[in-house]
Design a protein around this ligand. Sequence first.
Ligand code: S3P
Length: 172
Amino acid sequence: MSTPPFNLVLTGFMATGKSTIAPSVAARLGFECIDTDQAIEQRQGRSIASIFAEDGEPAFRALEATLCQELAERPQLVISTGGGTLLNPKSRALFLRTSLVICLWAAPEVLETRLSQGEGRPLASAWRALLKSRAPIYEELPHRIDTGRCTPAEATERIVELWKRRSSTETS
Ligand code: S3P
């Protein structure tokens, strides 16, 4: 296999636009798009909310970590993670080593509006406290894009540019 980055990982808090933007980035790069929440739901044959309700959050986190290990073995993926996926230090280190990791971001007032419109997120009611505790981890990630200040098309463009720049640096 050639030198990393093999994959592009979009991470960030709930409702920052990961699932919206990842497919258009994948289309631009000609990569396969994997949404970790969707992949887990398909494998389990039940929703994320059901997994949380029936098995608890630690069981969901274990499924996420296993999936990250598997995905890191495969090249040419755009991986859209759940908002908590990279809080796992092993998964974070793994993707930072093998992938270009980009963190999507949005101001709290933007998140509040988006989260009030979405459904099925088991941790949505605790979002303010979660954001506060997670912010230091997201802030350490190498690239951040504020999706409250640009359109999904503009965010896609910036991500593709970052990938091209990073890939050419890595191969030169
Ligand atoms: C979670 C975010 C969700 C999903 C699960 C847990 C989190 O994904 O993985 O409900 O811990 O932030 P989104 O970020 O796509 O909402």
